[in-house]
Unconditional design. Structure first.
Ligand code: SF4
Ligand code: SF4
Ligand code: SF4
Length: 316
């Protein structure tokens, strides 16, 4: 059962440039706002729960308001906050999980303090540089990292237990778009178990018994427990593509004329897929120049779905 306290946890408000200060703290520095913003408490919370939701709060709202003359914070830190938002391609009051912001986006988007905290000299009393500029604390923090990987032994245990459960139940519980990922897996001809998911085991279960019952669901399913992007406390997918994959589930249901909770045999659902989803772009393509949360999966363009259709249905 998912941990209710974790599932109901409220987002924490944080100033955008304080995300960077967390790296300076991690790198051994003593940020000026350390106590006022309880940066030690925030760092400990994120290290304990990588899916802590963070709402980025600045002197401004998403329109640059609420008034003509900002009253909160000083100009130098207001500037830093906006620079961080710009680098992350976000606006004030957006909420993201710590894992996405600090595990990937911030380290990739802001690899140094240049132009943000390191300004090449003082330009006036209102623009005093932070004492941690040019100390290397930020870079040391980036190198150490803030978001720990999911422990390998926990993933291995989850693999063993989830495969046992699939065998014991004798039926499958699969999120809708994973039926298509199973085809992409089949199209790559890697016919052996993977450490980080149960795609192989789900395909094998249908190969052995095409009449096996499949309960179709939305969200994380039997294929997910050993994955690096699985949050066992909340029993959700926490990969950057989690929201994009929610849409894929619903696209799949829509195209197949099915709904969450439906139970159908492996044979029947793949007959439907064969007939109604000839092209994976119908489900998985996200057109346009998108932020990382909506980026396309490689399978949209590398031909693995087409290759699965050429290979034939699992049981043929
Ligand atoms: S150098 Fe910048 S990121 Fe580091 S503690 Fe100072 S204000 Fe924060
Ligand atoms: S393109 Fe990617 S997400 Fe879509 S079905 Fe294939 S592997 Fe899954
Ligand atoms: S990335 Fe998410 S949906 Fe895909 S296997 Fe991992 S946990 Fe499941």
């Amino acid at each position: 059962m998912p941990n209710e306290a974790l599932c109901n946890k409220k987002p924490v408000g944080v100033r955008p440039h304080h995300l960077m200060c967390l790296y300076c703290l991690k790198g051994g520095g003593d940020p000026p706002d350390r106590e006022k913003a309880d940066l030690d408490g925030l760092l400990a919370e994120i290290e304990e729960d990588r899916n802590t939701l963070l709402t980025l709060q600045t002197a401004f709202d998403c329109m640059g308001g609420p008034t003509t003359f900002p009253t909160k914070h000083d100009p130098a830190t207001r500037r830093k906050d906006l620079q961080v938002l710009r680098a992350l391609n976000l606006v004030p009051d957006e909420t993201r999980c710590a894992f996405w912001m600090l595990g990937t986006r911030l380290p990739q988007s802001i690899p140094t303090l240049e132009g943000i905290c390191e300004l090449g000299g003082e330009s006036g009393p209102a623009w005093k540089q932070c004492p941690l500029a040019y100390t290397g604390a930020y870079e040391k923090g980036l190198e150490a990292g803030i978001i720990p990987d999911r422990p390998k032994d926990e993933m291995a245990r989850a693999k063993e237990e989830s495969v046992e459960e699939m065998e014991r139940l004798g039926r499958l519980r699969i999120r809708a778009h994973h039926l298509l990922c199973m085809m992409c897996f089949w199209g790559r001809h890697h016919d052996e178990p993977l450490e980080v998911d149960n795609l192989y085991e789900a395909v094998e279960a249908i190969r052995e018994n095409p009449d096996i019952e499949i309960e179709l669901i939305e969200g994380a399913c039997m294929i997910c427990p050993p994955c690096t992007g699985y949050d066992p406390g909340r029993e959700i997918c926490d990969a950057m593509c989690a929201l994009r994959d929610r849409l894929k589930d619903l696209n799949t249901f829509h195209l197949l004329g099915l709904k969450p909770g439906d139970v159908i045999s492996g044979h029947d659902v793949y007959e439907l897929i064969w007939e109604r989803i000839p092209d994976i772009k119908m489900v998985c393509e996200n057109p346009g120049n998108l932020i990382p949360e909506w980026a396309n999966c490689g399978g949209v363009s590398d031909g693995r779905y087409e290759s699965a259709r050429e290979r034939g249905k699992f049981w043929e």
